[in-house]
Design a protein around this ligand. Structure first.
Ligand SMILES: CC(C)(COP(=O)(O)OP(=O)(O)OC[C@H]1O[C@@H](n2cnc3c(N)ncnc32)[C@H](O)[C@@H]1OP(=O)(O)O)[C@@H](O)C(=O)NCCC(=O)NCCS
Length: 186
């Protein structure tokens, strides 16, 4: 990380095993990861469950530059999962401000060829632990696509509760589908 000093906490680096035995390193995002992350964001079966339709490299770079400015003031933190020097997934937490400063909003995505190996679980556990270290009292995500059974199973397994349903909140493949609001009290 270059530029002005960082505020907030350092993101920890940790080592794990995926279900297929591969070594997984979890660490903070860096600029060299952007090519791998951009590839993942353009996989149809990944962005089908996100609110974006894909990302040009320039958009991913702009996202990262914005991330760095928010990171410097301790408002955003992003962890990536790396296998054999390739980034295969990421999770981001964005802190609320003012009356919402005890909360964090998260997002997560895993490379399509590395899904189902426990990497989403590893990243979620790391970001939940980190949110606790930051002193947050609640983490949440809004508008989880109602057809995203895998993500809903993952969040349920980790203790998240469904707190609301936004009817017809997402336009997808020519249809309007519902979105779930979920939360975890820390
Ligand atoms: C959702 C996502 C992050 C999960 O990550 P993952 O690494 O594939 O998940 P894991 O292997 O850790 O599995 C987590 C849980 O999901 C559930 N799950 C995994 N594969 C599943 C499948 N094929 N069908 C149903 N549930 C499934 C299980 O409950 C599993 O827990 P278990 O293995 O202890 O039973 C990942 O699939 C992904 O990036 N999807 C596309 C983008 C996305 O949906 N992001 C989240 C937006 S809210």
């Amino acid at each position: 990380m270059c530029g002005s000093p960082l505020h907030g906490l350092d993101l920890p680096k940790s080592k794990h095993k995926a279900k297929n035995g591969l070594n997984v390193t979890v660490r903070e995002i860096s600029k060299k990861d952007l090519e791998n992350l951009n590839e993942i964001l353009n996989q149809g079966n990944v962005n089908n469950f996100l609110h974006i339709n894909g990302s040009s490299f320039e958009e991913t770079l702009r996202y990262y530059e914005n991330y760095l400015s928010e990171r410097r003031i301790g408002l955003k933190y992003e962890l990536v999962a790396e296998i054999n020097k390739k980034v295969v997934g990421a999770t981001i937490i964005e802190l609320g401000k003012y009356k919402r400063s005890h909360t964090g909003k998260f997002a997560i995505f895993i490379h399509s060829q590395y899904q189902g190996l426990g990497i989403g679980t590893i990243l979620m556990k790391q970001i939940i632990d980190f949110a606790k270290k930051l002193g947050l009292k609640r983490i949440e995500a809004n508008n989880i696509h109602s057809d995203n059974k895998v993500a809903l199973n993952l969040y349920k397994k980790l203790g998240f509760k469904i707190e609301g349903l936004a009817k017809k909140a997402i336009r997808k493949n020519g249809k309007l589908i519902d979105g779930y609001h979920i939360g975890l009290i820390l």
